[in-house]
Write a protein that binds this ligand. Structure first.
Ligand code: SF4
Length: 168
């Protein structure tokens, strides 16, 4: 039974559930390949972790925020990706929910896409809170599967660190 759900796991959940399973079950090959597709995908989906890493955890969640503006109650995310993805949105919604669990109400998110020259404002609705509970429950059940979920046969698989394990 996994104890902690991270923002990375939320990302893998949306990207590839097989990858989520491998990652959470400590089958970690990513350190051998910095430029792997999923790593790249998540990295491009992620923020620059240069100066502002702010680790926050609850009893069963852990996140690292790039930058949190406490005055404006806004989580700032910079995504280097050249397209908007559901996983960006849900990672930030997840971060907002974790701050809520820490007693910080009224938090919003702002995702900046420099390549697209666009911003995306993120809020957490009651429906999102329910959906996040379902996502977290599903992540736990995926991770506890005895065998990994099926391959996704997506174009990004070719550059994934798990490609050999999945297809050869
Ligand atoms: S190769 Fe494809 S199916 Fe396998 S873990 Fe990577 S992304 Fe998922």
């Amino acid at each position: 039974m996994i104890k902690t759900i991270s923002g990375t796991m939320i990302g893998y959940y949306f990207h590839c559930r097989r990858h989520l399973w491998m990652f959470a079950n400590s089958i970690n090959m990513e350190q051998n390949s910095e430029a792997v597709a999923v790593g790249k995908f998540i990295s491009e989906s992620s923020y620059s972790r240069v100066e502002h890493d702010i680790p926050i955890s609850t009893e069963d969640e852990e996140i690292v925020l790039d930058f949190y503006d406490a005055k404006a109650k806004t989580i700032h995310e910079v995504k280097k990706s050249d397209k908007m993805e559901d996983l960006h949105l849900w990672q930030v919604k997840f971060y907002i929910s974790v701050l809520e669990r820490k007693g910080i109400e009224g938090v919003k998110g702002l995702i900046d896409y420099p390549k697209l020259k666009q911003n995306l404002s993120v809020e957490l609705s009651d429906a999102d809170r329910i959906k996040l509970r379902e996502i977290k429950a599903e992540i736990k059940s995926i991770v506890e599967l005895k065998v990994p979920p099926a391959t996704v046969n997506a174009p990004f698989c070719k550059n994934c660190s798990y490609y050999d394990l999945c297809y050869i």
